[in-house]
Design a protein around this ligand. Structure first.
Ligand code: SAM
Length: 228
């Protein structure tokens, strides 16, 4: 058996998975996350779902190489189709995809979410769209993390069923991240602010509504960075 050497990003996700969970990992290209969690004896069992044949085969062969077929079932499936309604999965992880794709995976399988106690999501972009989906579908964000690895900044959010409300600022920046304002959070938004200011410079004065939209976002970033 080989000990899985997880990326910092996936280790942070793994640290958020409750002990004793039954997990569905959607988009489990190498099944690294479920294999690591079983090896650490943190979870009881897992489903590794993958929609593309090549990555599915790679997940399957990693599970076999680690003799974990009795603990991890690898399925070639689109999103939450990997989950039979009778399977008692408690936690779903969806990591390393765009926020819009994660939202659409949740939307397309929303009838399967009734028995889920936690969603652990790591969008690579459009985090605000995902937060919007969560609050509109009776999920409440209970924790957020922001980390940097190899020059890239990643956000991770944990949600559980429950009604919540987020204002515009919380949707954009994250209810916990915007309170904490860690150095990585500031770095992310300073970089985004510079990028948007450059983009604004390129938009002709005649494109008034585009300029207004961008200026509004730049102003929101300025406000959050200026707040102590
Ligand atoms: N989750 C891993 C991680 O965070 O390192 C892999 C990320 S990889 C960039 C995204 C994976 O999700 C790819 O293997 C892709 O084929 C898979 N994927 C994309 N859409 C999917 C869907 N609707 N259902 C299942 N897997 C999907």
């Amino acid at each position: 058996m080989e000990e899985i050497n997880l990326s910092k990003r996936l280790k942070e996700v793994a640290s958020l998975v409750p002990v004793g969970s039954k997990l569905l990992d959607v988009g489990s290209d190498h099944a690294y996350l479920p294999i690591y969690l079983i090896q650490q004896q943190k979870i009881r069992s897992a489903i590794a779902g993958e929609v593309v044949q090549g990555p599915f085969e790679s997940a399957l062969s990693n599970v076999k190489a680690n003799h974990l077929e009795g603990f991890i079932s690898v399925k070639l499936a689109n999103g939450l189709d990997a989950l039979e309604i009778t399977e008692q999965v408690s936690v779903i992880t969806i990591c390393g995809m765009g926020g819009r794709l994660i939202s659409s995976i949740l939307e397309n399988g929303k009838e399967k979410l009734a028995s889920i106690t936690q969603l652990i999501l790591q969008p690579n972009n459009r985090e605000e769209e995902l937060r919007n989906w969560l609050v509109n579908h009776q999920f409440t964000i209970i924790a957020e993390k922001i980390i940097e690895e190899n020059g890239k900044i990643y956000e991770i959010m944990v949600a559980r069923p429950g009604h919540s409300h987020l204002n515009e600022q919380e949707k954009q920046f994250g209810p916990f991240l915007s309170l904490e304002k860690s150095p990585i959070f500031k770095k992310k938004w300073q970089k985004e602010q510079r990028k948007l200011l450059l983009a604004l410079d390129q938009i002709p004065q005649s494109y008034q509504s585009e300029r207004e939209q961008l200026s509004k976002k730049i102003e929101m970033i300025k406000e959050i960075l200026d707040e102590s």
